[in-house]
Design a protein around this ligand. Structure first.
Ligand code: PLP
Length: 237
């Protein structure tokens, strides 16, 4: 329906405008920031529309859900080079499929997981791009590694030929005021900058910021913002 398509492209246009303004406020170039459209629980018809509006980076939380959508969408629009990102926790028994499906895995948080990804990527002669998920909030239940273990993970995996870390990712605990996220995002940037000083220059990406706070995340240095409901509306859970 043309009307729905229009409103989706308007919405996406508005988000790009906010993204650009936030980047400029921070003295950054808008094209330093990738808008990653989070498509969990969004049906493939709508995702197809979003791709037609120009979105190329798409994020999913579950390997199985992504797998179904990717095969449907590959039939719908076979020649668009979309990049799928895994932003949800990766279970060890899903690593093989994940390596086949995703351009970037954002949620590596243990040596064992890194080892498995490297092994499965080797089998299909792929260098899997990935980010390390860092836990910056106090909650015990959250995935992600402790900041004190970050350097060890990087050193222990440095020899992996089929796993290439490109940066850091965090999912902060929900706080009622988006401004309260600022120090959390500043912290992730600080960790990345510290890695640069130690010689780990390939840690460029900062995957942080969601619908409610992506502008703040960009002001704090985000290079990938993960935006779902602001593009597609509230998810029905
Ligand atoms: C769902 C999800 C998002 C998007 O959340 P919105 O608030 O809908 O933008 C971003 N990151 C992760 C890890 C998610 O699970």
């Amino acid at each position: 329906m043309p009307k729905a398509e229009n409103s989706l492209s308007n919405t996406i246009g508005n988000i790009y405008r906010k993204l650009s303004h936030a980047a400029m406020r921070a003295g950054r170039q808008p094209d330093e920031v990738t808008l990653l459209a989070v498509t969990k629980k969004v049906n493939t018809q709508i995702i197809d529309e979003a791709i037609n509006c120009g979105l190329r980076d798409l994020g999913e939380n579950y390997v199985q859900e992504a797998s179904n959508k990717i095969s449907t969408l590959t039939q719908l629009c076979p020649f668009t080079n979309t990049r799928w990102h895994l932003i949800g926790h990766l279970q060890k028994n899903k690593v093989r499929s994940a390596v086949k499906l995703f351009s970037v895995i954002h949620t590596v948080d243990s040596y064992e997981l890194a080892l498995l990804i490297d092994k499965e990527a080797k089998k299909i002669q792929k260098v899997q791009k990935a980010l390390i998920q860092v836990k910056l909030s106090k909650e015990d239940t959250k995935h992600g590694i402790d900041e004190s273990e970050l350097l060890n993970l990087i050193k222990d995996t440095a020899g992996f030929e089929n796993l290439q870390f490109e940066g850091l990712m965090t999912i902060p605990e929900y706080l009622p005021e988006s401004q309260l996220m600022r120090p959390v995002y500043g912290k992730l940037r600080f960790l990345r900058d510290t890695l640069h000083e130690l010689g780990y220059q390939h840690f460029k990406e900062l995957s942080m910021g969601m619908s409610d706070d992506f502008e703040i995340a960009i002001e704090e240095g985000a290079t990938i913002v993960r935006v779902g409901s602001a593009i597609f509306g509230q998810r029905i859970n």
